[in-house]
Design a protein around this ligand. Structure first.
Ligand code: HPA
Length: 279
């Protein structure tokens, strides 16, 4: 019974991937997850094919504000890409297995490298709103892990190593590109909370003591699933606000999204430059 159920779930990923394949004539090599306010990069994809999550068999759809809920597949900076314009969040009530479902479908479509982006709160006091932080490592504070449950041996191992989850050679490439573009790229550790309430000032102070530089409600599950199925990973946080208690200012979710939209352009340009130099 259990085995049947597991085989059934792998068939689910395949069904979703087969549906998408019917509409595209390229094999996407790079998957890009566009975080809150960062959807603009999908608008510059050449020959885009758009597929709404709601039309894909076995897919769940995002309810988060400013998240469209579709794949955009095409060419960007000479590479075949598949962009997620909108992701699923744990705080929407999905299981983490649902949250990472699209990553596994992208794997079946041929994706080898995942570029994940998010809007985040700055914990490191040397950061400013509008900064871009290259994520070099993470702290999973969500209280859950997408790999809990029976392991999909076809995708990866039971005990996934996370030492090099953020691919060192892609980190190096991103740093080189940022330098060339005179972007003051910050780097650091991302801590993920479940949300949807923002953190308390005490939680942010605790996070700083633990070594975190930025805080958010996403990315960590997808990075774990991507590492598990053997993808290379590069991830960025756009610092949309300083985290709770870092300044006197209270947090406003709508303002966070507005600032991410306003300041997301440079991150888009950086990703395009990275793709131009990716091989
Ligand atoms: N906390 C958590 N998630 C966020 C924040 C924050 O301060 N800013 C943007 N996403």
């Amino acid at each position: 019974m259990r085995i049947k159920q597991i085989i059934g779930e792998i068939v689910m990923f395949t069904e979703s991937a087969e549906y998408i394949k019917k509409y595209i004539n390229i094999e996407p090599e790079i998957g890009i997850i566009l975080g809150s306010g960062l959807g603009g990069i999908a608008d510059v994809i050449e020959n885009p094919v758009m597929i709404n999550y709601k039309d894909i068999p076995n897919f769940k759809t995002s309810t988060a504000p400013d998240h469209l809920g579709r794949f955009v597949i095409g060419r960007l900076a000479g590479k075949n890409v598949i962009c997620m314009q909108g992701r699923l969040h744990y705080y929407e009530g999905y299981s983490l297995e649902d949250v990472v479902y699209p990553v596994r479908v992208m794997k079946l479509l041929g994706v080898k490298t995942l570029i994940a982006t998010n809007a985040a709160g700055g914990i490191n006091e040397s950061f400013n709103s509008g900064d871009i932080m290259l994520i070099k490592d993470h702290i999973n504070f969500m209280g859950n892990n997408p790999l809990i449950g029976k392991n999909y041996d076809e995708l990866g191992p039971r005990f996934q190593d996370m030492t090099y989850a953020y691919t060192p050679k892609l980190i190096y490439l991103a740093e080189q590109c940022a330098e060339k573009m005179s972007i003051n790229l910050k780097s650091g550790v991302y801590i993920a909370f479940s949300g949807p309430s923002f953190e308390t000032p005490a939680e942010i102070r605790t996070s700083r003591i633990l070594g975190a530089d930025a805080v958010g409600m996403s990315t960590v599950p997808e990075v774990i699933a991507a590492a598990h199925c053997g993808m290379q990973v590069l991830a960025f946080s756009l610092i949309a606000n300083m985290a709770a208690g870092v300044t006197d200012k209270a947090l406003d979710g709508e303002e966070v999204i507005r600032i991410a939209q306003e300041k997301g352009k440079i991150l888009q340009q950086l990703i395009i430059e990275i793709l131009n130099n990716y091989n």
